[in-house]
Ligand binder design. Structure first.
Ligand SMILES: [Zn+2]
Length: 97
C-alpha cells in the first residue's frame, strides 16, 4: 500500500458515511486475502489494505457497499437500489478477488 493510502480510504469512508447516513463504530484497514472489505453487525467495517492501490471508482464502490451493510445486512432490493443511486455502473465492478 502506498503512503497515504490508508488516509485516502478513511477519508472516503467519512464522505460515504455522510452520504449514506450511516455511522460505523470502527473502521480498520487490514490485510485481506479473499475479500476487499467486510462489515460486522457490531458496526466494524474492515477494508483490505491493497484496496488503496485500486482505482478510485472501485475504492468508492467497496466502501459504499460495506457501509450500506450497516443499514441493510443483505443484498436485497433496497440495498441494490441505494447502491445504484450512488454508483450506477456498479454491476460492471467485480468484487471478487
Ligand atoms: Zn455485501
Amino acid at each position: 500500500m502506498q503512503e497515504g493510502g490508508a488516509i485516502d480510504l478513511k477519508m472516503r469512508v467519512i464522505r460515504w458515511s455522510v452520504k449514506l447516513k450511516v455511522n460505523p463504530r470502527i473502521v480498520r484497514i487490514y490485510p485481506m486475502r479473499r475479500k476487499w472489505g467486510s462489515c460486522s453487525s457490531a458496526g466494524v467495517v474492515t477494508l483490505a489494505m491493497d484496496l488503496a492501490d485500486r482505482e478510485p471508482e472501485f475504492r468508492d464502490f467497496v466502501i459504499a457497499h460495506e457501509l450500506l451493510h450497516l443499514r441493510y445486512p443483505h443484498h436485497n432490493q433496497l440495498f441494490k437500489a441505494v447502491i445504484t443511486a450512488h454508483i450506477p455502473n456498479w454491476r460492471k465492478l467485480d468484487l471478487s478477488r
